[in-house]
Design a binder for this molecule. Structure first.
Ligand code: FAD
Length: 429
């Protein structure tokens, strides 16, 4: 029996996990990634000045556990910090206060993880698999899902990207054939763009009226002169501002990655009048200046770090025949307020392979009288699996997109209201 060639587009967390699942099943796996290898110091993470840390929850953990790679989940979890609840920061009668709100009455918690660290760990596992090949600096530029052919532009490597245009090597186009393509190439997915020429895809996207900007709380020195956290490491910290918020998530190096979420007009107004930034922080995010970040650093980070948009995407179907499927942000980019974008993308991989395995092994799902074992692993089997995957997955993905949008109201505002919390408490009884 010939081996199936699975081509993965995008070596982010979702593409890397999908590659592990495919490789574990014996496929010949090729991963094509637009940027350089994340493990090279010269590769700058897309959109971020440095790697950000994210909330990792059971949805994502379980999906990595199910990859059945010995030691993987233990290694990933050992590089996380438990966040047992959220810490609400505020000011009442001139006094700064903190209020801890547990995530779960049974003590369950989410974990802070470094996005790049997690991604690197998955890439390292793939390095150990003889049936996996990487193609970094390869950008998908075209695909024919009837002929199962894809075209890639080979970009100059990052070491070349500083050389003058006149001395750069020209980008080359390569044609690649495949049995199965998995598009995990993020919110602005090229796979999704080409899929839409073959499948009748319903598509909806929305930019919300909020931009985000990253800040850092650096560690303090403790009595022994060692680095230590300035605030509780076991919480996700929130400074709710009503229509906006500032949050902080702990990092292993004892710093916190913070994110400011503001309506675009407020960003513009602060940008056009820099002296207003510090008073704005002091008024709305009590205790941040100067205890956690100096005035100078707030001003510098606000000016230097990009102010980025947030997009929410829904589409359906996620596949075409047995040739291609899109996963992760490519299929359902969501706003970050539920901490589930990456988690849901990792879960896509687990659910997809549940369907692929089921249709491969159970001939009762084959609708044709001509069923014969020789069809196992065929595009026909895969087409049935992908169709069933779309049917099952899209209501869940749409629901989590909606929950993510709704949770912004909770994080930036409702967490402050005792009435809201009493109502929630009663509802949960
Ligand atoms: P990506 O991470 O976008 O990876 C896609 C990859 O495809 C990239 O490496 C890209 O270079 C490559 N690529 C793109 N185009 C091409 C092409 N044409 N050819 C080849 N390769 C290509 N999620 C959580 O679960 N928890 C959180 O707490 C959380 N917090 C967040 C906070 C913020 C501020 C933001 C912005 C997002 C947050 N998310 C969170 C969401 C999370 O970052 C994404 O859901 C996750 O990164 C999606 O992973 P992915 O692999 O699908 O896509």
């Amino acid at each position: 029996m010939t081996k199936q060639k699975t081509v993965i587009i995008g070596a982010g967390p979702v593409g890397s996990l999908a590659a592990l699942y495919a490789a574990q099943r014996g496929d010949d796996v090729e991963i094509y990634e637009l940027r350089g290898d994340l493990r090279d110091a010269s590769t700058v993470p897309l959109n971020f000045t440095k790697s950000i840390n994210l909330a990792l929850s059971e949805r994502g953990i379980n999906s990595m556990r199910n990859a059945q790679v010995p030691g993987l989940i233990e290694a990933v979890l050992s590089d996380t910090i438990p966040m047992h609840g959220r810490m609400i920061h505020g000011q009442k009668n001139g006094q700064i206060f903190e209020e801890s709100q547990a995530y779960d009455i049974h003590g369950r918690y989410i974990r802070a993880v470094d996005r790049a660290g997690l991604n690197k760990r998955l890439l390292d596992e793939l390095d150990n698999m003889p049936n996996v090949k990487f193609f970094f600096n390869h950008k998908l530029v075209g695909a024919d899902f009837n002929k199962n052919l894809a075209w890639f532009e080979r970009k100059p490597s990052s070491s070349q990207s500083d050389t003058p245009a006149s001395t750069k090597q020209p980008t080359k186009e390569t044609e690649v054939s495949f049995d199965f393509m998995i598009g995990a190439d993020g919110a602005h997915s090229a796979v999704r763009y080409h899929l839409m020429k073959f499948a009748r895809v319903d598509y909806q996207q929305e930019y919300i009226d909020t931009l985000w900007c990253e800040f850092t709380i650096s560690p303090k020195k403790n009595q022994n002169g060692d680095d230590d956290f300035k605030i509780s490491p076991n919480h996700l910290h929130i400074w709710p501002g009503g229509d906006f918020m500032f949050i902080a998530i702990p990092s292993l190096d004892k710093s916190f990655t913070c994110t400011l979420f503001l309506p675009e007009a407020t960003f513009k107004s602060l940008e056009s009048s820099p002296p207003t930034t510090i008073p704005f922080f002091k008024q709305n995010f009590p205790g941040v200046i100067p205890n956690l970040i100096s005035e100078e650093d707030i001003q510098k980070q606000f000016t230097t770090n990009p102010h980025l948009p947030l997009i929410s995407i829904k589409c359906k179907p996620y596949h075409y025949e047995g040739s291609v499927v899109i996963l992760g942000d490519a299929a359902h980019a969501m706003v970050p307020f539920y901490g589930q974008g990456m988690n849901a993308g990792l879960e896509d991989v687990r659910v997809l392979y549940d369907h692929i395995d089921k249709y491969k092994s159970d001939n009762t799902y084959h609708p044709h009288d001509t069923f014969h074992p020789k069809y196992k692993n065929s595009a026909e089997h895969r087409a049935l699996a992908l169709s069933s995957y779309t049917q099952m997955r899209h209501p869940d993905a749409h629901a989590i997109n909606d929950l993510a949008l709704k949770n912004y109201q909770e994080m930036r505002s409702d967490v402050r209201s005792p009435i809201y919390r009493v109502r929630k408490f009663v509802e949960e009884r």
